[in-house]
Design a protein around this ligand. Sequence first.
Ligand code: HEM
Ligand SMILES: *[C@@H]1O[C@H](CO)[C@@H](O)[C@H](O)[C@H]1NC(C)=O
Ligand SMILES: *[C@@H]1O[C@H](CO)[C@@H](O)[C@H](O)[C@H]1NC(C)=O
Ligand SMILES: *[C@@H]1O[C@H](CO)[C@@H](O)[C@H](O)[C@H]1NC(C)=O
Ligand SMILES: *[C@@H]1O[C@H](CO)[C@@H](O)[C@H](O)[C@H]1NC(C)=O
Ligand SMILES: *[C@@H]1O[C@H](CO)[C@@H](O)[C@H](O)[C@H]1NC(C)=O
Ligand SMILES: *[C@@H]1O[C@H](CO)[C@@H](O)[C@H](O)[C@H]1NC(C)=O
Ligand SMILES: *[C@@H]1O[C@H](CO)[C@@H](O)[C@H](O)[C@H]1NC(C)=O
Ligand SMILES: *[C@@H]1O[C@H](CO)[C@@H](O)[C@H](O)[C@H]1NC(C)=O
Ligand SMILES: *[C@@H]1O[C@H](CO)[C@@H](O)[C@H](O)[C@H]1NC(C)=O
Length: 540
Amino acid sequence: MILPSHLLAFLASCAFFSLTLAAKWPNHVINELEHLLVDTDGFNDAGLQKAITPCTNYVSGSQLLGRETAAQWVRVAFHDFVTADVESGTGGIDASIGFETLRPENSGSAMNDSLGFFAPFVNAHVSMADMIALSVVMSVGTCSAPTIPIPLRGGRVDATQEGLFGVPEPETDIDTTLDQFSQAGFNQSDAIGLTVCGHTLGSVHHGGFPQVVPQSAVTPNNTGGGIHFDATPDVFDVDVLNEYLEWKGQRGGPLVTTDNITVRSDLRLYLSDNNATLHGLAESSSKFISTCVSLLTRMINTTPALVPLTDIIEPQDIKPVNISLSVDTTGRVLFSGYIRLLSTAFTSTDQVRITWTSRTGVSSSAFKTHANAVQTGNSIFGTTFYHFFNKSIDPTQGISAFKINILRGKSVEVSSNGGGGYPIDDVAVFLPHETIIGADGTLSVHAAVLTAAEAQNVTAVVSAPSPQLGTISPAIVKSVASFKKNGTRGLYTLYTATVPPVSNLHQTTLDLTANARGSYVYRDDFRRVVVSGTSSTENT
Ligand code: HEM
Ligand SMILES: *[C@@H]1O[C@H](CO)[C@@H](O)[C@H](O)[C@H]1NC(C)=O
Ligand SMILES: *[C@@H]1O[C@H](CO)[C@@H](O)[C@H](O)[C@H]1NC(C)=O
Ligand SMILES: *[C@@H]1O[C@H](CO)[C@@H](O)[C@H](O)[C@H]1NC(C)=O
Ligand SMILES: *[C@@H]1O[C@H](CO)[C@@H](O)[C@H](O)[C@H]1NC(C)=O
Ligand SMILES: *[C@@H]1O[C@H](CO)[C@@H](O)[C@H](O)[C@H]1NC(C)=O
Ligand SMILES: *[C@@H]1O[C@H](CO)[C@@H](O)[C@H](O)[C@H]1NC(C)=O
Ligand SMILES: *[C@@H]1O[C@H](CO)[C@@H](O)[C@H](O)[C@H]1NC(C)=O
Ligand SMILES: *[C@@H]1O[C@H](CO)[C@@H](O)[C@H](O)[C@H]1NC(C)=O
Ligand SMILES: *[C@@H]1O[C@H](CO)[C@@H](O)[C@H](O)[C@H]1NC(C)=O
């Protein structure tokens, strides 16, 4: 058994170590969005892409309505974006659209259909505004072959109230329309380009736009009365442009061809420079696509001033997933999680080994992940291979960081988070699997803190997605839970706190903090609870 004084020395070095590396990993915003983008099928599916697979799918109701979720997502982003005022630095992609669904300029079912689908994904690190941006990347990427990649950044912040008016409508005159785009930072050719890019997907519907699409469009298998913009409403391609310029097929769609001259907004826009922009885009399919990528990227990156976006989120070749420590009833410390490998860099037969560093910086020997527990998933970026591990750590030595080694034949690739390893804090450990839910929904949550750290207090910031008035999008409400001592387990002291009922258990997360002797602070951030049992005595 190690003497408490030794342990204190370990703790001091650990605190210093965590502080210097914590900024690099994990970046929760990037990791969460990367998960939603890359884990789209099979093991650990995040569940976003299924909504638009195939691209004709409508996830919010009957397939006979003639509606298409992928197209709705792109339209929602446009409506959120276009009321930006780039000069004063307000609006853009900020999810204010959620508060604006009753405005005539946001007519149609797309807004609440989409935000209602996104709402369960929103949490402390995934804003609704980032979901709106991601959904454009997802739609364009999924509804194209080869995949059209729009670079994604994260970090958008949700508005807490409605924003400016100013979405162009079918009846809006051309000068007003161009002014509205201009206020959002898009000049005439940008406006024409962005519109033709958007209108390669989806339809105009009698249900929502009876002044554009006549009742006759409504049929038993198209009850919403949708008329496509082009022959391939489920493919992001140049067809809409070619059909318009060659005056064939859908000839640009209902906003060009409708009998009602007042609502021919696409025709007015395209003719405003005598088709010059469109002729330029029609040079080649690749010119059309590269212009659309550039314009859509600008659209989703138009955010209120002072909202810094992350770096571009690239699919990670080697990704530690759900890494955690737990302390079992006998005081054993278990280090577990998955290492996800991507097929762009690795194969299914590559092996994964992990090494860790103790609190004093001593390296362990490498251990293998469970070779018979490799699970696979799929994405537009390739196949994912998930390697599971679950390893007991000597609590007297502890763990402060780990490294990943990938073995292919005789070559080894080391992933060490820039050298020092991926930091992990074994002083304050949240125990998600021990959460108990009371009859009234009250949660009893548990944590373990190394006794030698002499914690003065243990608290957790609880971030709970909560309903807000006027929008279907949740607000993240933060509260503080205070923990009380509740027995010991080996070298650890157990702590328990109660958390009032929450409306979305899966996306409610805790940031645990233990303030210890010597002003050291230990953390276990962004942990979800996993309910293990119910209690009926909790509600008194
Ligand atoms: C002058 C500018 C624009 C006007 C007046 C306009 C108007 C409309 C209208 C009336 C609809 C039919 C909606 C429905 O029936 O559900 C529609 C659909 C659509 N719009 Fe636009 N739009 C404009 C620009 C854009 C832009 C810039 C984008 C995206 C970059 C875009 C993306 C879409 C998409 C994807 C659809 C199909 C939605 C679906 O099938 O549910 N639009 N637009
Ligand atoms: C519009 O903006 C684009 C991109 O910012 C630029 O390339 C183009 O020259 C501009 N067009 C006009 C007519 O100002
Ligand atoms: C044409 O559209 C305008 C503007 O929405 C509307 O007021 C008018 O009733 C429409 N005309 C017909 C014949 O639908
Ligand atoms: C609706 O049914 C008709 C006749 O069977 C068919 O030609 C058409 O493609 C169908 N449309 C859709 C949207 O499924
Ligand atoms: C623009 O294109 C449309 C559709 O092909 C065509 O009807 C119109 O005559 C063209 N206008 C000019 C000025 O090129
Ligand atoms: C990771 O943790 C989350 C939250 O508890 C869970 O939903 C997800 O299934 C986990 N993924 C894996 C691969 O275990
Ligand atoms: C790790 O293994 C222990 C038994 O050795 C088990 O109790 C625990 O649930 C496992 N952890 C995970 C995440 O599977
Ligand atoms: C927790 O302990 C730290 C360090 O002793 C102290 O600064 C802080 O005020 C305490 N917080 C609470 C809520 O007691
Ligand atoms: C969208 O949902 C919000 C929040 O539930 C609601 O207030 C609003 O009326 C809905 N909008 C439409 C068009 O149904
Ligand atoms: C201590 O933890 C046990 C086991 O989870 C729990 O049943 C009990 O309610 C907790 N005690 C307090 C005071 O929170």
